[in-house]
Ligand binder design. Structure first.
Ligand SMILES: [Mn+2]
Length: 307
């Protein structure tokens, strides 16, 4: 029997460049995500949402905007994921910003101290308030998980361990190296972080998913998906519109997600940076995305024994 699945909403755009992502959890539920997961054979319990946070400019702290709201959201995700893991359930977290992955890993490493993170994102998210001038915490999350220099203390200390993650427990899938800041590239080099490129993921999604799994520890596994990894022309879902005509299609990403979510180590899938307004002119994209999540989390068919 597959584990039960607990769905957690994190309706926040506090770490964004603008509002939008706070609506993703509601829109995905309205499209029947929960019922479609149940129809696929999962026992699903909807644990509801954490605090609703709509981005507004933070002129008091322009380089780490809305920090206290981001911390509040991360802690709420961690608490909900902790409860679900304690009930031996798998978890689907509907973001929200990519900072939700901090809440997921805060809970998962408390559950299993060797837990790994597969980070499916066009970006490394290793920035700090000093390495970029935009002040959006949504691409600074992993700098805080790794407790890099210049990470903000309130966010680091909100996590269950410092550092929350070590480089050997982290693997990036789908990165656009040219989109990284100089600081991020230096950290990747210095820490020996492992990653597969956007072009590599698009060319061979299944093989790259297997390779990522082989590189992660024999411990509980979280998969975080920033939908900006997708080719925006195929699937306009992400806050960032940079991925036009590059990166995997939704179908190709779906193949990779299916492999990683049926791995025996898998416990949590989190989804970040989905701005439903991006699909306003092409709403079937959202329906296809719900199908992708359903496909990733449908139960593994029982093995047939020939005797
Ligand atoms: Mn990203």
């Amino acid at each position: 029997m597959p584990r039960d699945l607990v769905v957690v909403g994190a309706p926040t755009s506090a770490g964004s460049y603008a509002p939008g992502q706070e609506a993703a959890a509601r829109v995905l539920r309205d499209l029947g995500l929960i019922d479609r997961l149940r129809a696929a054979g999962r026992q699903v319990r909807d644990a509801g949402d954490g605090p609703v946070q709509v981005w507004s400019p933070d002129r008091g702290d322009p380089f780490a905007q809305n920090l206290s709201a981001v911390v509040q959201s991360v802690v709420a995700v961690a608490d909900q994921v902790t409860d679900a893991l304690a009930a031996d359930a798998d978890v689907l977290v509907l973001g929200g910003n990519c900072t939700i992955a901090l809440g997921v890993m805060s809970a998962l490493t408390a559950h299993d101290s060797d837990a790994g993170l597969l980070y499916v994102d066009r970006h490394f998210d290793l920035n700090t308030p000093q390495s970029t001038t935009d002040g959006a915490l949504d691409w600074m999350g992993l700098a805080h998980a790794l407790d890099l220099p210049d990470a903000t203390e309130p966010l680091v200390s909100a996590l269950s361990r410092q550092p929350l993650l070590t480089p050997d427990r982290l693997y990036f899938l789908g990165v656009e190296h040219a989109a990284a800041t100089d600081w991020e590239r230096e950290q990747v080099e210095r820490l020996g972080l492992r990653w597969c490129s956007s072009a590599g993921l698009a060319a061979a999604p299944s093989a790259q998913a297997e390779r990522a799994l082989d590189s992660l520890p024999a411990a509980a596994l979280a998969v975080h998906l920033d939908v900006d990894v997708l080719d925006f022309t195929d699937a306009p879902l992400a806050e960032s519109t940079d991925g036009r005509n590059s990166g995997p299609s939704l179908d190709r990403l779906s193949a990779a997600l299916r492999i990683v979510c049926r791995d025996p180590r898998f416990r949590v899938l989190s989804i970040g940076e989905l701005n439903p307004a991006r699909a306003a002119g092409h709403p079937e994209t959202l329906d296809r995305f719900v199908g992708c999540i359903r496909n990733a989390l449908r139960p593994v068919p029982p093995t047939r024994h020939l005797s």
